[in-house]
Design a protein around this ligand. Structure first.
Ligand SMILES: Nc1ncnc2c1ncn2[C@@H]1O[C@H](COP(=O)(O)OP(=O)(O)OP(=O)(O)O)[C@@H](O)[C@H]1O
Length: 318
């Protein structure tokens, strides 16, 4: 696989069921989420900061001043390597209103999932802030459900974590199983599930509680047409109740069908924010340019730099 291919694993084709669909209309509501100059940094012990940084990644090796305690234990432990920092989200700001469904797009490793997790409060920011009215619900790919427990137990745990009572979870149990389409697998440990089954169950649980802010990380890519249709209806339901939906997906057609607005993230920065059609078009142009970021002329935001002679993405006010 070439470097260009590595950045091209997108579904740029509209699927038959999406053809002719127009994105939902943008409703006007009060702000429910404000993200202000957000920075998120991962610290990795034993990383290869210099090598990664040389390849253009958002990585730097940091010097760690050895404390007395560290020196004491290091004499009895093997050296574990340098500490590296990955600056995954770099100064992102935006405001979201009730009733918006916001898609997040970007090439692999651009920071989409990290941004979503930070907004959900699962990642502490290095600096900047996230102000939320309402309780965000993220049970995406990295959710803290327990693989050794059965789907049944995880539905109960997930439901309680989302604020449902045990009785409410019991009442919604059959719906969740049917929505996820996992049948009798629900009585087996989640570690026996395919990744698609796990992702669908997490989405089914996370949307069961009608959350104020529903966050979905890639789950929709894992289902068949019927699951996608059910998901779309569920997302519409949340939006109609003036909730807010965040959706990370590699499938631009999914984003086009389900979102009113798109944030395009590249190397941890927000390069474009605007109505779905506008941003999706520019993003597709960029991806079709087949120039991976880091190569001359391939960086979004660079002057005439998306590889097809078109200029930098225009930042659109939210
Ligand atoms: N747990 C982690 N520890 C260290 N670095 C991480 C961790 N998770 C993500 N990263 C790094 O942070 C950056 C952003 O990753 P993130 O997963 O947010 O991107 P993404 O756009 O969601 O990627 P993908 O589309 O491949 O899922 C990448 O450089 C990635 O290597």
């Amino acid at each position: 696989m070439t470097e260009a291919d590595a950045h091209m694993d997108f579904d740029l084709e509209l699927e038959p069921e999406d053809v002719g669909e127009t994105p939902p209309e943008t409703p006007i509501g009060d702000p429910c989420l404000v993200v202000d100059d957000l920075h998120v940094v991962y610290r990795v012990i034993g990383g290869r900061g210099k090598k990664e940084a040389a390849k253009g990644a958002n990585v730097r090796e940091v010097e760690v001043k050895e404390s007395f305690f560290r020196r004491l234990i290091s004499s009895s432990r093997q050296h574990v390597g340098a500490v590296s920092e990955v600056h995954a989200v770099r100064g992102i700001s935006f405001t979201v209103r009730h009733g918006e469904s916001v898609g997040i797009v970007g090439v692999n490793g651009s920071g989409k999932s990290t941004l979503l997790r930070a907004v959900a409060g699962l990642m502490p920011p290095k600096s900047g802030s996230v102000h939320v009215s309402g309780e965000p619900s993220l049970l995406g790919v990295n959710a803290a459900l327990m693989p050794q427990l059965t789907g049944e137990r995880n539905i109960m745990i997930g439901g309680l974590a989302l604020g449902l009572t045990p009785k409410q979870v019991e009442e919604r149990f059959d719906d969740v199983v049917e929505f996820a389409g996992i049948g009798d697998f629900v009585y087996l440990p989640m570690k026996t599930y395919s990744s698609g089954m796990g992702a669908r169950l997490r989405f089914a649980i996370s949307s069961a509680a009608s959350p104020d802010i529903l966050m979905i990380d890639e789950a929709l890519a894992t289902g068949d047409a019927a699951f996608k249709a059910r998901s779309k209806a569920r997302i519409e339901e949340v939006r109609e109740n003036a909730g807010t939906v965040f959706l990370v997906s590699h499938s631009i057609s999914t984003i086009e069908a389900m979102c009113t607005r798109v944030l395009w993230v590249h190397e941890g920065k927000l390069v474009m924010d605007g109505p779905t059609m506008e941003v999706a078009e520019r993003y597709k142009e960029y991806v079709r340019g087949q120039r991976p970021p880091g190569r001359k002329g391939g960086r979004p935001g660079a002057k005439n730099g998306n590889g097809n002679g078109k200029g930098a993405p225009r930042k659109v006010d939210a």
